[in-house]
Design a protein. Structure first.
Length: 193
């Protein structure tokens, strides 16, 4: 690999764990941070964590519990309900905000992507009941990769085969290690193998 290739690979590894952040200002005093792997496997769990922070009093007008709702979609719609995509998260924020105080909390979940290609992580913080949106974010993308899916599936098959064998030979150990390296290279560090 050339030095340029090594530098690009190093930069990709650093960006793999960089969260998507919606910055707050005087017009949007609610901040969202989304943690998700940049590459995913088809039909395998894709974990997502949404962290929410808000200025004091911003969430005081709510009349119900707040939920973090996340879909993985080709395109985000105007609302969670009308966005076509795979549900990654639909849970109440923990803890719930308290009146008059700054807020910091979040939710974690996972769902399986059902289509290949670049997908958008569509995030909403909605109130239960009337569905009023307090914050949304649609700038984070995930590549549901054919290469990652197929190489990781080959690694899974070798691992399952080797799990049935009581003692692995050196050749079998090398095959397993090679399959894992290929899968890790195709998927990146954020994808569970």
């Amino acid at each position: 690999m050339t030095r340029f290739g090594q530098a690009a690979a190093g930069l990709a590894a650093v960006l793999a764990f960089a969260p998507g952040v919606a910055q707050a200002d005087s017009f949007t005093p609610v901040r969202l941070t989304i943690f998700v792997a940049p590459v995913a496997r088809l039909h395998k769990p894709l974990a997502v964590t949404v962290r929410v922070s808000a200025d004091p009093g911003v969430l005081d007008t709510r009349t119900g519990a707040l939920r973090a709702q996340v879909k993985l979609a080709a395109e985000c719609g105007g609302t969670y309900r009308y966005t076509l995509g795979d549900v990654l998260l639909d849970k109440r924020l923990a803890p719930q905000p308290s009146t008059g105080h700054a807020y910091s909390g979040g939710a974690t979940g996972a769902g399986g992507p059902s289509a290949y290609g670049i997908q958008t992580v569509c995030v909403w913080i909605n109130e239960e009941g009337d569905g009023r949106t307090f914050a949304s974010e649609q700038s984070v993308q995930v590549d549901v990769s054919r290469a990652c899916t197929s190489t990781a599936a080959r690694y899974d098959a070798v691992r399952r085969r080797d799990a049935r064998i009581r003692r692995l030979t050196n050749r079998q150990r090398r095959q397993l290690a090679a399959a894992r390296r290929k899968a890790r290279h195709a998927c990146g560090p954020g994808v569970p193998l």
